[in-house]
Design a protein around this ligand. Structure first.
Ligand code: CA
Length: 224
């Protein structure tokens, strides 16, 4: 879990960073709103802890800038003192939770955990068009109807859906689904893909898995 901390008060920043690192989170610290926005825009964080009053850009501007470009990283906003209007404004621009300074580290950690859990729950369901893959129950639904797959078929489809809109090679599929100990001359991937396609065809005329000649397979977000 990687956390971006945007906080200009050195004492508070060090206290939070040290505490989170003791809990085994990875923490990157930046001390102004501009840097916060730039780091946040990389999309590589699981959570943002964002102070409201910051040099260069306020916490509001950072949150809004991220949401406007489609970055959905959960945001926990930290404020010295907050009015109801500020709270509403913060929620409107995309903050997920608030904490007023000074706060106890226990409460802070509880909120961090809650926001990270929420993110994990969202990751359980992967969606491509009308296809929904539940990575917890390992079940797949197409427009609400279940696609009954064998374990290896499921693993291939989940791998393709995770890589959606990118071509994956037979070798990549073999490595990820069967592990490294496979016979490179095998046609087992093609056989399984054929079977998944057949099952999909019973439920939809759309082609979710396309063949990219000489390269491999791809699941597309806009099946035709
Ligand atoms: Ca501040």
């Amino acid at each position: 879990m990687r956390i971006l901390l945007v906080e200009d008060e050195q004492g508070v920043a060090n206290f939070i960073k040290k505490g989170l690192e003791e809990e085994r989170y990875t923490v990157d610290l930046v001390t102004d709103g501009q840097a916060g926005l730039e780091h946040g825009l990389t999309g590589q964080y699981d959570l943002l802890i964002l102070d409201l009053m910051l040099p260069k850009k306020s916490g509001f501007e950072v949150a809004k800038g991220l949401r406007d470009t489609g970055i959905q990283t959960p945001i926990l906003m930290l404020t010295a003192k907050i009015s109801v209007q500020d709270k509403v404004k913060g929620l409107d621009v995309g903050a997920d939770d608030y904490l007023t300074k000074p706060f106890s580290f226990e409460e802070f950690l509880a909120r961090v955990r809650a926001l990270l859990r929420r993110k994990q729950t969202e990751m359980i369901k992967l969606e491509v068009g009308d296809l929904e893959v539940n990575t917890l129950s390992h079940r797949v639904f197409l427009d609400g109807k279940e696609l009954v797959l064998r374990p290896k078929e499921y693993a291939i489809l989940e791998y393709l859906v995770r890589a959606k809109d990118c071509v994956v090679s037979r070798t990549q599929i073999l490595e990820n689904v069967w592990g490294y100990d496979f016979d490179p001359t095998t046609n087992v991937v093609d056989v399984h893909i054929k079977s998944i396609r057949k099952k999909l065809e019973e439920l939809t005329p759309k082609e979710y898995i396309s063949t990219v000649r000489g390269v491999g397979y791809m699941v597309t977000t806009t099946p035709k």
